[in-house]
Design a protein around this ligand. Structure first.
Ligand code: HEM
Length: 414
């Protein structure tokens, strides 16, 4: 594999300063692993002067960040106003109520109520629907002998499943996808793009109106689904208020779509690029669960996330000051040779594969059981129905979102 430095030299560049900002370079975004390797080996707890944040890339340190740092990292609407950014206040108003951005005890309360609503039984009910949805999406392309994995499967499958999970009409899936993509811009990128901010705020306002109407509808005719379960969830007499229901419905909806789309797209690409592993899987479908874990590790759909230091703390010999920001790079931790032997090799039979693709600790992905089922069903159904699947030779383009790693298209023939 070409190292990051070799690639830079080839392009006539000097050794560039170490920064996660290089992800803005499409070549680096296409293959960030040499950059991660350089960060891990040269400065695993790195003060990134361009991002004004610490970048943590070793597995053990990333786990420590998840265990010990604060998730309460969104500025409040008041702080934004003080910074002259009051246009973003509606976004902050929603984010400060979302479980993703809460610390104990608020986080435990919201997650506890949400877990009452999203039970393993509910996920199991979705299993047979996921199978049916996957089958009908593939029926639509089977006779053509070709498809774009992203457009024809990886986008619609999680979006339709999400609509079912929430209890809103599945015919609205394209709208849910568009809203999620806008919100994911905020979650995945380092900085708010002022040009995109207006669109994100508009989407947010539309989502709030949509989910408020869904709540009203549920008051009239209660329906199966997460929104209804959020409305009825109760722990020791404590319940969600309406703003909390909307905020956490939005985070669950966004969390459930972009990432699962990327698992399906990145996963199939990785298998196509590793024909020996593809063949192995096709000859033994009992390997599907272990393959999904390896694909999550190998091309993690969510590459990094942020935290704040609660206090002055020492990690890897570096002093991180109270309230400084830390970026935990799961994509790098998942390729750490100190944790995973031969980390750049895709091995669908890998043992002891406790990756951090779903994070770690109290914020461990709330939807992981559902994401795993969706991935398992999608890969198995595609490979069973399209045994001679192969990539159409066109250049691969990665989406511009720096944190949520996924393809814009993946044309295949079968
Ligand atoms: C392959 C698919 C998925 C990946 C890779 C993924 C990844 C993650 C990661 C890394 C986090 C932690 C983020 C942080 O702490 O900063 C997270 C949290 C979360 N995810 Fe997922 N996710 C996936 C699918 C889903 C699905 C299907 C749902 C919804 C059903 C979902 C809902 C959530 C929610 C609500 C949280 C916040 C949990 C909390 O803060 O306590 N995710 N996910």
């Amino acid at each position: 594999m070409t190292t990051y430095e070799e690639a830079s030299r080839k392009r006539g560049k000097q050794k560039s300063p170490l920064s996660l900002y290089h992800l803005l370079d499409p070549e680096v975004l296409a293959n960030p692993y040499p950059l991660y390797q350089r960060l891990r080996s040269e400065d695993p707890v790195h003060w990134d002067p361009f991002l004004h944040a610490w970048v943590v890339t070793r597995y053990a340190d990333v786990v420590t960040v998840f265990q010990c740092f604060s998730a309460d990292r969104t500025p409040t609407p008041q702080q934004l106003s003080a910074l002259g950014m009051s246009t973003l206040a509606p976004l902050a108003q929603v984010m400060v109520l979302q479980m993703l951005f809460l610390d104990p005890p608020a986080h435990g309360r919201v997650r506890g109520l949400a877990s009452k609503a999203f039970t393993p039984r509910r996920v199991e009910v979705l299993r047979s629907h996921i199978q049916d949805i996957t089958a009908s999406l593939l029926d639509a392309v089977q006779d053509k002998g070709c498809m774009d994995v992203i457009r024809d499967l990886a986008y619609p499958l999680p979006a339709i499943v999400t609509a079912e999970m929430l209890g809103v009409p599945t015919s609205d899936w394209e709208q849910l996808t568009a809203w999620s993509a806008d919100f994911a811009q905020v979650l995945g990128n380092f900085q708010h793009n002022p040009e995109r901010a207006a669109k994100v705020i508009k989407s947010l306002e539309e989502m709030i109106v949509y989910f408020r109407a869904a709540i009203e509808e549920n008051k009239r005719h209660s329906s199966e689904g997460l929104i209804n379960s959020f409305m009825n969830a109760e722990v020791n007499g404590d319940r969600f208020n309406e703003e909390e229901i909307i905020a956490n419905t939005i985070v669950t909806m966004v969390g459930g779509q972009e990432t699962t789309t990327n698992l399906i797209g990145n996963g199939l690409l990785s298998l196509l690029r590793n024909p020996d592993q593809l063949k192995k899987l096709q000859s033994d479908f009992s390997l599907i669960p272990s393959a999904v874990e390896e694909l999550l590790r190998y091309e993690s759909p969510s590459q990094h996330t942020a935290r704040l230091a609660l206090d002055d703390v020492n990690i890897g010999g570096k002093l991180i000051r109270k309230r400084q920001a830390v970026i935990a790079v799961m994509g790098a931790a998942n390729r750490d040779p100190e944790r995973f032997p031969e980390p750049d090799r895709l091995d669908i039979c890998r043992q002891d594969n406790r990756h951090v693709a779903f994070a770690w600790g109290s914020h461990f992905c709330f939807g992981a059981p559902l994401a795993r089922i969706e991935g398992q069903i999608a890969f198995e159904t595609v490979l069973r129905r399209m045994p001679n699947l192969h990539q159409v030779p066109v250049p691969i383009k990665w989406r511009e979102n720096l944190g949520l790693r996924g393809l814009t298209a993946l044309p295949v023939a079968f």
